[in-house]
Design a protein around this ligand. Structure first.
Ligand SMILES: C=Cc1c2[nH]c(c1C)Cc1[nH]c(c(CCC(=O)O)c1C)Cc1[nH]c(c(C)c1CCC(=O)O)Cc1[nH]c(c(C)c1C=C)C2
Length: 465
């Protein structure tokens, strides 16, 4: 995916190159990712694992029970029914490989990206290339094997176009060339530096007005002396004073379900398909221990799959990041930093969430049980991130196509970008912003959701092409 390159381009434009902190692909964080199952940490095979290590692990660890037979029998599984337009990630993996892989491994991985339930998340929207590979080869294993020996692999046609553009305008700075080869990167002051710098840069422009703590009450199309406009009714949180602003174009980056709710207050086309994208709440607990040698293993961190016995995870944690390993260079105070993430889809039906003290106790109990950490942290910070990760449920692509057709009635005056549509990661959001602006400037798009219309288009390329 070329989305990371767009982010690097933005980093360069904002003059943030010297603030970038890179985690090299050879670092312990890039090489070691763990899943806790059923009562201990299991290192996932990946870069840095020898073939022998991988074989021994697959043969001896309960987490991999049923995965070899599942992979071998996958090639003989019936092809996907023609009328199956989408299914959950859990159902997709269970249909192809059996439920052990889905519940023990895949559910953990999706706790670490979406904090979501694999039996609700859409396979077609979230794993589009596996979805396409299965269809083309009638088997995922056959398709991946073909790809591994230099055969054809799918690439979204829109990505292919972008790669061509990026090849003609390569990212020049040496520093960013190194970042391209790193496993993860952040900034010395954390990822928030990017947003802060972007805000400061925009604020320098005369034609930019940033309104904070202001709700959007209504959005509507209006006729003015200067022609048709799109009007936003903004309400200041402090004094509830309202002001109407007329624009030629609006790009909404708020959650899709919020936009649908605002749109429903005006007699304009309903954007109800956007209201179906829910979002999960995650409690983030950062802990700092004075002891620099508190962790029994080193790496990026570990994830907790849905199948972990309840007594091993009564807190309903999703995973733990070993920040001291994952973000080297962020601060030089000796000690160990870890982040425990709790909740996500496990808390979907909760009316109230644990408070800060409860969150801190839950995180400490988890670290004691899983890692044998008995020491008291020197500092602890708990934050509840409400509705922070949108969940692309089954049928997401069809709903986005429907939403795009509805947005068309705004004749390009209302477009969308942000994490509710084409990916929840930072890179995905920056790419979505770039695409929506490009569509506006060169007239190739009108909604920000064009890629969903008529189904995602794929090109099949080989490494040699
Ligand atoms: C334990 C919970 C979580 C961890 N990270 C997140 C949660 C909910 C959130 C998250 N992680 C990723 C993304 C998308 C991309 C981005 O902008 O960073 C989000 C929103 C990336 C990611 N994290 C893991 C994987 C496999 C990925 C996908 C791509 C990649 O490899 O970078 C794994 C992972 N996440 C967490 C841990 C502890 C972990 C693995 C051990 C924390």
């Amino acid at each position: 995916m070329p989305n990371g390159l767009i982010t690097l381009d933005l980093v360069r434009n904002l003059g943030l190159e010297d603030r970038v902190l890179m985690t090299s692909k050879n670092s312990v964080a890039a090489q070691n990712r763990f899943i806790y199952y059923p009562d201990h940490l299991v290192r996932m095979p990946g870069p840095g694992s020898s073939l022998l290590q991988t074989i021994l692990s697959v043969l001896s660890e309960p987490i991999f029970k049923g995965t070899i037979s599942g992979a071998l029998s996958e090639v003989a599984k019936p092809r996907r029914p023609e009328d199956l337009q989408d299914e959950s990630i859990g159902s997709f993996f269970t249909r192809r490989f059996g439920s052990a892989l889905a519940d023990n491994v895949v559910s953990g991985v999706f706790h670490g990206i979406y904090a979501g339930d694999i039996y609700k998340l859409s396979a077609r929207a979230i794993l589009p290339s596996l979805w396409a590979i299965e269809w083309r080869n009638n088997s995922i294993m056959k398709g991946l094997l073909e790809e591994a020996i230099g055969g054809m692999r799918p690439i979204a046609t829109s990505d292919l176009d972008l790669i061509k553009t990026l090849q003609s305008q390569p990212i020049t700075s040496d520093k960013l060339e190194v970042a391209k080869k790193s496993s993860v990167y952040t900034f010395k002051g954390g990822i928030g530096e990017l947003a802060d710098k972007l805000e400061a840069k925009l604020d320098e422009s005369d034609n930019v007005l940033i309104l904070e703590n202001t709700d959007v009450g209504q959005i509507r199309i209006v006729s003015t002396a200067a022609g048709e406009k799109i009007q936003i009714n903004a309400k200041e949180a402090s004094n509830r004073e309202t002001t109407d602003y007329d624009f030629d174009h609006v790009v909404s980056t708020i959650p899709g379900n919020k936009l649908a709710s605002i749109a429903s207050r005006s007699p304009i086309t309903s954007l109800s398909p956007l209201s179906r994208t829910s979002a999960v709440t995650v409690m983030v607990v950062n802990l700092f221990f004075s002891n620099p040698k508190i962790l029994p293993v080193h790496g990026f961190g570990y994830l907790l799959p849905r199948s972990v016995p309840f007594e091993q995870n009564p807190e309903r944690a999703l995973g733990v990041v070993f920040d001291s390993d994952a973000s080297i260079g962020q601060d030089d105070v000796p000690g160990t930093k870890v982040t425990v993430m709790l909740g996500g889809h496990w808390w979907d039906d909760f009316d109230a969430y644990p408070d800060e003290d409860e969150g801190a106790s839950m995180a400490k109990a988890l670290l004691k049980r899983h890692l044998g950490v008995n020491e008291e942290p020197r500092a602890i910070r708990v934050s509840l991130q409400r509705s922070c990760i949108p969940q692309y449920g089954v049928g997401h692509e069809a709903r986005m196509e429907d939403a795009s057709l509805r947005l068309d009635s705004f004749k390009g005056r209302l477009r969308v970008a942000g994490n509710s549509y084409t990916g929840v990661g930072l890179n995905d959001c920056i790419r979505a912003a770039r695409d929506v602006v490009k569509g506006l400037v060169d007239g190739t798009g009108t909604t920000g959701l064009e890629s969903f219309v008529g189904g995602k288009k794929w090109s099949w390329i080989s490494e040699t092409s």
